[in-house]
Design a protein around this ligand. Structure first.
Ligand SMILES: N[C@@H](CCC(=O)N[C@@H](CS)C(=O)NCC(=O)O)C(=O)O
Length: 217
């Protein structure tokens, strides 16, 4: 098998990087990691070496760059179909794609006001009424999908899928900003946090030294 290389940003800050990294780890893929600290004077040039969009994450495979977190996950799902990246059932799979796309393109208020910052503890910061609307929509997704599809495990569709990878950075934001959650959402958050792969990411974020002022609220 051709070598897989994932180019990512700082683990403390790069929410988009976490998504394919987590999915690749969860599905047991071996890959090289190239870490580029974001928002330094060299970052743009370094990222452009690998990524046509000038953004991370980007996957390098078979002399091809695949960029954007969701596109990377979709590519890997086609490349390694035996690993069940999406739910088996057609409707469940379509809905998993719907909520993944909703996460990918939405929740701007949450993103802006509660940027991912694994090391920080900022309870209550950034909680505007519009952010609360985003939180309410996210937790209603978690409740609905845990209820309808989650019986086979602790994830949104029971077993881990790309949809869980897409929501994993939100879990870290909810921890940093100490967002108040209902029981179902809290259980889901705890299940994501308990994954050894998430712990691996968090531990690596904790020892990073860079501080990015743009990511401070
Ligand atoms: N929609 C893209 C977003 C990628 C993105 O915005 N990445 C940020 C880091 S989390 C980035 O590369 N920023 C560097 C820059 O804009 O210079 C994805 O899903 O991968």
């Amino acid at each position: 098998m051709a070598q897989l290389t994932l180019v990512i940003g700082n683990k403390n800050y790069s929410s988009w990087s976490l998504r394919p990294w987590l999915a690749m780890k969860q599905f047991g893929l071996q890959f090289n990691e190239i870490n580029i600290p974001l928002y330094t004077p060299e970052s743009t040039i370094q990222i452009q070496q690998y990524s046509p969009s000038g953004k991370v994450p980007v996957l390098l495979h078979n002399n091809q760059a695949i960029w954007d977190s969701l596109a990377i996950c979709e590519y890997l799902a086609e490349e390694f179909p035996h690993l069940h990246w999406w739910p088996e059932d057609k409707i469940a799979r379509a809905l998993a794609r719907s909520i993944s796309a909703e996460m990918h393109s939405g929740f701007q208020n949450l993103r802006q006001n509660m940027p991912m910052n694994c090391r920080a503890k900022l309870p209550g910061q950034g909680l505007t009424p519009d952010v609360q609307k985003d939180i309410d929509r996210i937790t209603s997704i978690w409740r609905e999908f845990r209820h309808k599809f989650g019986a086979g495990g602790d994830m949104l569709f029971g077993e881990f899928t790309i949809a869980d990878a897409m929501f994993a950075p939100v879990v870290l934001r909810f921890v940093t900003y100490d967002v108040q959650l209902d029981a179902v959402a809290k259980n889901y958050l705890e299940a994501i946090l308990a994954m050894p792969t998430m712990q691996e990411w968090i531990k690596a974020a904790e020892v990073e030294q860079e501080v990015i002022s743009q990511y401070k609220v």
